[in-house]
Design a protein around this ligand. Structure first.
Ligand code: FE
Ligand code: FE
Length: 187
């Protein structure tokens, strides 16, 4: 499956805004993939498909989560922001017939992260958070850090994200907390 084919499929399903975001994530992920000697094929595929289901209807996201990822999503079914990652991974597997677990995990955990992430997972996760149009406090610092120390960049990103979630009294996915604790230990 070529990158051009995936781009075409994406442009058919996503709004221009979301499509452009996906392309920026692809480009950012490729930059990081070259720096860290990642598998550029896996990185490209995951980066392109990570938000495939972002604009799915709420009930469809909940249906996919319940039917295919219940144990992982049952505490988060109200939280569409988390569910679109699972639905995108489901589409990658069922529609695009992707079987590579690293690609599927990079899509599935791009919102929450998780402990013990592979290089591909880390790159897609942080590329999504730092693509050039992202604008939030400390993003510049996270962007700079990502070029020299991926783990520290993700740690800073998740620390800031957790602070934001706590302040807003939003739910924090357990995977994000586990990822943070893991990164604290290894970085
Ligand atoms: Fe997303
Ligand atoms: Fe995204």
């Amino acid at each position: 499956m070529t990158i051009d084919f995936l781009k075409k499929e994406l442009s058919n399903i996503l709004s221009k805004k979301r499509y452009d975001h996906s392309i920026r994530v692809l480009e950012t992920a490729l930059t990081l993939g070259k720096i860290y000697d990642g598998d550029l094929n896996k990185i490209s595929t995951a980066a392109l498909l990570h938000d495939y289901a972002k604009e799915f209807k709420r009930e469809d996201l909940i249906k996919i989560a319940k039917e295919h990822f219940l144990s992982e999503t049952e505490d988060y079914l109200e939280n569409i922001e988390i569910l679109h990652s699972y639905a995108s991974a489901y589409i990658a597997k069922e529609i695009f017939k992707i079987t590579d677990t690293e690609i599927l995990s990079a899509i599935k955990y791009h919102t929450t992260g998780r402990k013990n992430m592979s290089l591909t997972e880390k790159i897609v996760y942080i590329a999504d958070a730092i693509e050039p149009k992202r604008d939030y406090p400390h993003v510049e610092k996270i962007r700079d850090l990502a070029l020299v120390n991926l783990n520290k960049a993700i740690l800073l990103e998740v620390n800031k994200k957790i602070e934001y979630l706590v302040k807003g009294e939003f739910i924090i996915h357990i995977n994000s907390i586990e990822m943070r604790n893991w990164l604290l230990k290894i970085s």
